[in-house]
Design a protein around this ligand. Structure first.
Ligand code: SR1
Ligand code: MG
Length: 399
């Protein structure tokens, strides 16, 4: 790590000229730092016509949204680049392309997606991408099946598990998802008006037992190479296109975590919609979110099942009926993890714009309360919710 230094815009241009893979690198003339996430620097690199041509992303040695008081491993840049390269092999149409990465500088050069938009912003604005949920289900099935024991040789699988050991980033998830919301912690962030609701989480034995079980699975179930943070802010969309980005939380974990995080973010949007559109007008958009969830899961499960019946390499796992049994467990995990995403985004450090940007305080608090109540229900009822239609019935029950 000795030659690590934080990039200026000038450094980013020079780096993109060298490693951007362009035929005429001297076309690249300027850069703008556009990172608005919690962790990294992100530079758009422009040509002389002001057209953005590639992206340079660099990890900072600390958590950007908190500051230098929270140091964080630079190795996350390698893990992110290698996760995206691996996912791109299995789902090239739905994963951003990495042109180059340098672990010592914690930097990568990647495909520019300026013709796409961040899905979360579009969901909030009410811009509908009819293919997006199915595309996300396809991405999840392709990447998670091909990095699982169904597909990889056992030696290769174990080598990959070792390559993607990601203790510091996993620790963030372990704390933010499974600890902080259920205890008093200085990182928590919620309005005083919600104190009674949040205090109830801390006293809820049934809930805390179910959260412990989910955390245990997150610790120990190395089922596939997860994206690890697949929320709607980590997804670019355009007409008929969807691309996953931002995989620094990638590691081998339970498949239901990725599926549950993805569904959870659609549900956070569902919870926030009345705050943007008013209760009456939100109804149609909410129905769309429920259809999105149905399509996401059905596409994922059907594609995973097809891949399992055609491409399972392990003789025991190929036994007829095993893949569908496995998918039932993935589903129950997904429902539980989805619930933890709803709660941690309402009570913990990192919130989502779907709810945070609601201007009316009382309405925002109501939407947060809804996310907490629904999240709790999904966590404790996960093993009683058999399939996506039952999930939708439960969501309606808690609306
Ligand atoms: C300290 S990082 C906080 C959150 O931002 C990332 O996007 C992850 O979701 C993480 O939990
Ligand atoms: Mg991210």
């Amino acid at each position: 790590m000795s030659h690590y230094h934080t990039f200026t815009a000038h450094d980013a241009v020079a780096y993109a000229q060298q490693f951007g893979g362009l035929d005429s690198p001297s076309e690249l003339v300027s850069a703008e730092e556009v990172g608005d996430g919690n962790l990294n620097l992100v530079f758009k690199i422009f040509d002389a016509n002001g057209v953005s041509r590639v992206i340079v992303k660099q990890a900072l040695p600390y958590v950007r949204c908190v500051g230098e008081s929270w140091p964080l491993t630079l190795d996350r840049a390698r893990l992110e680049a290698q996760t995206l390269v691996e996912h791109h092999r299995h789902s090239p149409q739905h994963t951003v392309k990495i042109h180059h990465f340098d672990p010592a500088l914690a930097v990568m050069v990647m495909e520019d997606l300026s013709d796409h938009r961040i899905w979360r912003g579009e969901l909030i604005q009410g811009v509908y991408y009819p293919q997006a949920a199915q595309q996300l289900g396809h991405y999840l099935a392709q990447t998670l099946f091909h990095t699982s024991d169904f597909f990889l040789h056992p030696h290769e699988k174990k080598a990959q598990v070792a390559q993607f050991i990601n203790p510091e980033m996993c620790e963030i998830t372990e704390d933010l998802f499974f600890n902080d919301p259920y205890q008093i912690h200085e990182r928590n962030n919620y309005p005083a008006e919600l104190e009674t609701d949040v205090a109830a989480l801390r006293e809820d034995t049934q809930l805390k037992l179910a959260v412990a079980s989910l955390k245990h699975r997150f610790f120990s179930q190395a089922e596939a190479l997860l994206h690890g943070d697949i929320h709607s802010g980590s997804i670019f969309v355009a007409d008929d296109s969807l691309k996953a980005i931002d995989a620094e939380f990638g590691y081998f974990g339970p498949i239901g975590f990725d599926v549950g995080t993805a569904i959870g973010n659609l549900l956070l949007n569902y919870c926030g919609l009345p705050g943007h559109l008013g209760i009456r007008d939100a109804a149609a958009a909410r129905e769309q979110r429920l259809v999105d969830i149905q399509e996401l899961w059905n596409t994922f499960a059907e594609r995973f099942q097809t891949l399992a019946s055609e491409n399972t390499r392990d003789a025991a796992l190929a036994y007829p009926g095993y893949a569908s049994e496995f998918l039932k467990k993935v589903w129950q995990d997904a429902v539980g993890f989805c619930g933890t995403e709803l709660i941690r985004r309402s009570v913990g450090l990192s919130h989502v714009a779907d709810i945070e940007t609601i201007k009316d305080d009382a309405m925002r608090h109501e939407c947060l309360r809804h996310a907490i109540t629904l999240g709790r229900a999904l966590i404790v009822l996960a093993d009683k919710i058999n399939g996506v239609d039952e999930l939708i019935a439960r969501i309606r029950q808690y609306s």
